[in-house]
Design a protein around this ligand. Structure first.
Ligand code: C2E
Ligand code: MG
Ligand code: MG
Ligand code: MG
Length: 279
């Protein structure tokens, strides 16, 4: 046993010598320059109308094109970005690219809307967010009403979130509460913030058929939303069975691998072309 442990130690020692740094350490080191070099880019996931099945919107999701490791997902680098206080820099890039894509789709005749994710750190540190976003939509000739800002319950708990959300609403942007059901926010937040949509987290959709309880829970969320006049999107829809249930209880929009994975802006437009003829 001692021998086996010894061998593992040798292994670990040798690995740390050859690799020099762990992957996370390297990402931490490379992130600032990656942002300024334009290695961040945006992919778009289809969101469909639950009644008609038509593509109505797309969510912008950030990716990092790493020179050695290829496409990295936010799960791998957003925590590092937060530690380095670099979320605002990433958000600015994502906004620029995504608003430009929205404008291109609309110029081609597709009446899509765009969803953008904002992090808790943006609420704290990105003082010019509303000004930057307003300038971008004006420059690209799109309407703020066609841009929805997704905030998590965690973001809404930030001190600055209330002013930020109010300012966004005043400029005409829509507000969605993302990952609904996974945070610690109270229901009072739905009133205090001018949220017009909730997005049921995909962990609930995934559990729908594991236990009767989750069906009741999602029905209860729908009843709440109906009473409060909120629209509901379900995330992470993968199966026909999930879709049938969610449509039957009146969920407004569906998003998930069943309707498409996140793709480039031109590819998203091709998805749109397959759903509806350009005007
Ligand atoms: P989110 O905002 O809840 O985005 C949905 C995530 O669920 C995406 O992961 C998407 O690829 C994944 N997803 C969609 N449909 C399915 C499905 O049917 N099955 C499964 N298993 N997964 C599905 P992604 O792109 O890895 O993003 C993860 C999270 O990172 C996002 O969760 C969001 O919180 C954050 N994020 C992504 N892009 C940005 C960004 O530009 N800014 C900020 N602040 N956060 C971002
Ligand atoms: Mg989101
Ligand atoms: Mg979400
Ligand atoms: Mg989620």
């Amino acid at each position: 046993r001692a021998k086996r442990r010894g061998r593992h130690q040798v292994c670990f020692y040798r690995e740390s010598l050859t690799a020099g740094m762990s992957r996370a350490d390297r990402l931490r080191n490379e992130l600032p320059r990656a942002i300024s070099r334009g290695e961040m880019y945006v992919v778009y996931q289809p969101i469909v109308d639950a009644k008609t099945g038509r593509l109505v919107s797309a969510e912008a999701l950030v990716r990092w094109r790493h020179r050695e490791w290829g496409e990295l997902s936010p799960g791998e680098f957003l925590v590092i970005a937060e530690e380095a206080r670099l979320m605002p820099a990433i958000t600015r890039r994502v906004m620029e690219e995504a608003v430009s894509s929205l404008a291109a789709w609309r110029r081609s005749g597709f009446s899509l809307t765009l969803s953008l994710n904002i992090s808790a750190q943006d609420c704290q540190l990105y003082a010019d967010l509303v000004d930057d976003l307003s300038r971008l939509v004006a420059e690209h000739g799109v309407k703020p009403q066609d841009v929805e800002i997704e905030l998590t319950e965690q973001s809404l708990m930030e001190h600055a979130a209330e002013d930020l959300v109010r300012a966004l609403c005043q400029r005409g942007f829509r507000i969605a509460l993302d990952d609904f059901g996974t945070g610690y926010a109270s229901l009072a937040y739905l009133r205090r913030f001018e949220v017009t949509r909730i997005k049921i987290d995909r962990s609930y959709v995934a559990r729908l058929f594991t236990n009767e309880y989750y069906k009741r829970l999602i029905r209860a969320v729908m009843a709440l939303a109906r009473e409060l006049g909120l629209e509901v999107t379900a995330e992470g829809v993968e199966t026909a069975e999930q879709e049938a249930f969610l449509r039957a209880i009146g969920v407004n929009r569906l998003q998930g691998f069943r309707y498409g994975r996140p793709v480039s802006a031109p590819a998203l437009q091709e998805v749109a072309a397959g759903h509806t003829d350009p005007l």
